[in-house]
Design a protein around this ligand. Structure first.
Ligand SMILES: [Zn+2]
Ligand SMILES: [Zn+2]
Length: 127
């Protein structure tokens, strides 16, 4: 039952999109090995107090999952954006990734409140 050896969700793993098996590996390697990512990851870890943002459980080592709220595949420019990163325990991470798969809608709405308010607009909201 133990899920070990995997730091990242499927989402974060290189996607085998058809072409060749080895190609994607060398393609994706630089990012997760990069100093930038390592230090951003460390920053998120400390910022979130080494606790899962969902359930509050303490995490460390390989249980400390840093999740991209907006997947890299969707917006690569946010991959090092601290506000796009949250610390999760493996359980909550799996849960969130599952929800992600089920409904394409974006999970980040849960974290970033998005009010439908258009200030200054002349919008009617009929009810
Ligand atoms: Zn958790
Ligand atoms: Zn993730």
């Amino acid at each position: 039952m133990a899920v070990t050896g995997s730091y990242y969700c499927e989402d974060h793993k290189p996607k085998a999109r058809g072409n060749g098996r080895d190609a994607f590996q060398s393609k994706n390697k630089p990012f997760y090995r990069s100093d930038e990512w390592q230090s951003t990851r460390q920053y998120v870890f400390e910022r979130d107090g080494a606790r899962c943002r969902e359930c509050g459980q303490f995490v460390f080592g390989k249980n400390a999952h840093v999740h991209h709220v907006i997947p890299i595949s969707e917006d690569p420019t946010l991959r090092l954006e601290e506000s796009n990163l949250i610390l999760l325990c493996p359980k909550c991470h799996a849960k969130i990734e599952n929800e992600n798969k089920k409904q394409t809608p974006r999970v980040f709405q849960k974290y970033f409140k998005h009010t439908g308010d258009r200030s200054g607009g002349v919008t009617h909201t009929p009810k």
